[in-house]
Write a protein that binds this ligand. Structure first.
Ligand code: WT7
Length: 630
């Protein structure tokens, strides 16, 4: 389909999408290849919620990512894989080859008993096989659940069990910068606590020794020997689930956000094409991990649906040195580069000399995602990477939204530092006050909601529809609530100010404070804990933990290390607190609710105005906490 190619066209499309949403999305959806067409574009209500897009339409997303491109783009590069070690060769995979390899692996899954509707867990490094296996699941109609390879055995087991996965795909190990991690060992430990997994298929990546359990574990390469490369795409209903992806909320338990085939496909491609303004020969690189929604929508699905060339990077921005991103941009002549503010801030600290070594003249568009981008990082990115000629698209969205919701369209609409700017046509954001009234007009601030369905919105939380309703559709009845606070300036541009719930955003990774607390509380000496976020120069938010110890133990540096270890075991290194303060009590109201506002203020180092503390059960703990603050 044609891209929106001017501001007036954006305005026209936006109006069309509001006045005639079904007509608008019908036009977009008609550009895909459907096995049979829908009866109705949209059927919805936000109370249950029950949202159906392209009702009774049949499709397979992989036919749209692969088969339909083969006639005229079979030899085009679909994926460029850049390894962790710059001395190892990069790999290019054409659409023809990708199609063949996806079909082969789909047959491996079928040989191992997988069928439509099964849940398959992927716990893998950033290697081409991860993208191939993800698409292979979609090919046969199995629901993929990709778990970021930085999560612990416990976190992996929880996710496998929540979705009752029957196959686990993993690797012997992975390379990340100077580190080599034994993924299979972690998977083995997880599987001791899972009883639904029938087969664990193991890719050889590092070549390290691993334990293979008879009757359960199989080598990826052995399985590939047994199959051919013909595999018909499963017929999927538009509203059949495509994948589950776990994310954190206010409660301690991560939830499986579920996305469905038709709507997700339409929106992933539509948003990719318009936000990045992808052109036929562009090389596009998103630095995210496929373990997060950004990797699902904008490394795999959006680009492949558009017939683009997408880069997958196995490593980290600082290995072998802080010039790695720019070395890769030069090497592959990257035109569109999409990363997170935390990476920008981390690289900013290394100065510009390491950038000047590389030719970045191929870059046209830079993207930002995951957290609010501060003005300093925006300016640095614009000047030093974009050389003041590239557009920056600050893309606001969430795991639950499936795709980019508010963002400039590169070179087409407008950009404004630190603003996500305008909603894409088809997206109807609104701001509400604490009573749930919609705030009209400009130059206002409120809680960000969306008042009309969009194709890639969350359909349910796996196995617990009530939770989906409670978390997203009950706070403001009739609206989807994002959990974010937001400003709308005098021009109607949106600026996300951050979460308004008990969720913190650490290096663009979402973490529930309750989840981290649960992890800390697993340590034998911990009685209770309270976790808050505080401003952190590089991570955006850091994790500050207030910990009450058993009265028989003394708080020591060693004990802090042990607690960090416990959190790493329970969740993963990304959830480790940056600061731990031992306290004798927490500021609680008479009803036992922790007053986090106070803890946040102390963590921020701002104790000048703590507000009303008179309702506290024991106001004295506040002074003790202030005195002991880090
Ligand atoms: C939360 C969603 C969307 C993929 C990565 C994170 C924050 C995301 C922005 C942005 C300000 C942003 C929000 C949102 N966020 N993008 N451009 N500006 N904040 O996905 O883990 O589902 O987290 O990330 O707070 O609610 P996620």
């Amino acid at each position: 389909m044609k891209k929106i190619d001017s501001f007036s066209e954006y305005n026209r499309a936006y109006e069309h999408s509001v006045n005639d949403p079904e007509g608008f999305w019908e036009d977009v959806a008609s550009t895909f290849s459907w096995q049979s067409k829908w009866d109705k574009v949209l059927d919805w209500e936000f109370d249950t919620p029950n949202v159906n897009w392209f009702v009774n339409g049949k499709l397979n997303i992989t036919e749209n990512c692969l088969d339909r491109h083969l006639a005229d783009k079979g030899d085009k590069i679909a994926i460029i894989w850049e390894p962790n070690d710059p001395n190892e060769d990069a790999i290019s995979i054409t659409y023809n080859e990708l199609h063949q390899r996806v079909c082969e692996f789909a047959n491996v899954l079928l040989n191992n008993g997988a069928k439509k509707g099964d849940r398959i867990c992927l716990y893998m490094p950033m290697v081409p096989e991860l993208a191939i296996a993800t698409l292979a699941c979609a090919r046969i109609g199995a629901i993929h659940s990709v778990v970021f390879a930085g999560f612990s055995a416990k976190a992996l087991a929880d996710r496998i069990n929540d979705a009752d996965c029957n196959i686990l795909l993993t690797s012997d190990g992975l390379f990340r910068g100077t580190k080599q991690l034994c993924l299979k060992d972690i998977a083995d430990e997880a599987l001791q606590h899972c009883n639904t997994i029938n087969a664990c298929i193991v890719l050889q990546r590092t070549g390290q020794d691993v334990n293979m359990t008879n009757g359960r574990d199989l080598w990826w390469h052995d399985e590939l020997q047994k199959v051919n490369h013909h595999c018909d795409a499963q017929i999927m209903d538009s509203e059949d689930p495509l994948f589950v992806l776990y994310t954190s909320g206010s409660t301690g338990k991560p939830k499986g956000v579920q996305h469905h085939c038709g709507g997700y496909m339409v929106y992933a491609e539509y948003s990719f094409r318009n936000v990045f303004q992808y052109e036929e020969d562009d090389v596009y690189w998103c630095t995210a991990d496929i373990g997060w929604i950004t990797g699902h929508s904008y490394i795999i699905y959006g680009p492949l649906l558009s017939g683009a060339t997408t880069i997958m990077f196995e490593g980290v921005p600082t290995y072998p040195d802080a010039g790695r991103f720019w070395e890769i941009c030069e090497k592959h002549r990257v035109n569109i580069f999409y990363t997170a503010p935390t990476a920008i801030r981390a690289l900013q600290a290394y100065g510009t000399e390491v950038i000047e070594k590389y030719d970045l003249s191929s870059l046209k568009t830079l993207g930002s995602v995951g957290e609010p981008i501060n003005e300093e990082a925006w300016d640095w990115y614009y000047k030093n990477i974009g050389k003041e000629k590239c557009w920056i698209v600050d893309t606001w969205w969430q795991t639950e939204t499936g795709g980019i919701m508010i963002s400039p369209l590169a070179h087409i609409t407008k950009m404004k530092p630190t603003f996500a700017t305008l909603p894409l046509p088809g997206i109807q954001p609104c701001l509400v006050d604490t009573d749930g009234n919609e705030i009209q007009g400009n130059d206002v601030e409120g809680n960000l909601c969306v008042k009309f369905p969009w194709p890639s919105m969350i359909r349910t939380t796996y196995g617990d529809h009530e939770r989906c309703k409670q978390v997203y559709f009950s706070t403001y009845p009739g609206k989807y609530f994002t959990g974010d606070g937001c400003k709308r300036d005098q021009d109607g541009f949106y600026r996300i100010t951050g979460r308004v719930d008990d969720v913190i955003n650490v290096s663009g990774h979402r973490m529930g404070t309750a989840e981290v607390e649960n992890g800390i509380n697993e340590h034998v000496s911990v009685v209770e804990s309270a976790v808050v976020g505080y401003p952190h120069d590089i991570k955006g938010q850091g994790i500050y933990a207030y910990v009450i110890l058993d009265s028989s133990v003394d708080g020591s540096e060693d004990l802090k290390k042990e607690i960090l270890h416990t959190v790493t075991t329970e969740i993963g290194p990304i959830a480790k607190p940056d600061k731990i303060q031992f306290v004798s009590g927490l500021p609680k109201t008479r009803s036992g609710k922790i007053m986090r506002r106070i803890l946040r203020k102390v963590a921020e180092g701002d104790t000048s105005n703590l507000g009303d503390t008179s309702t506290l059960l024991d106001p004295n703990v506040v002074q003790e906490i202030i005195n002991g603050a880090q």
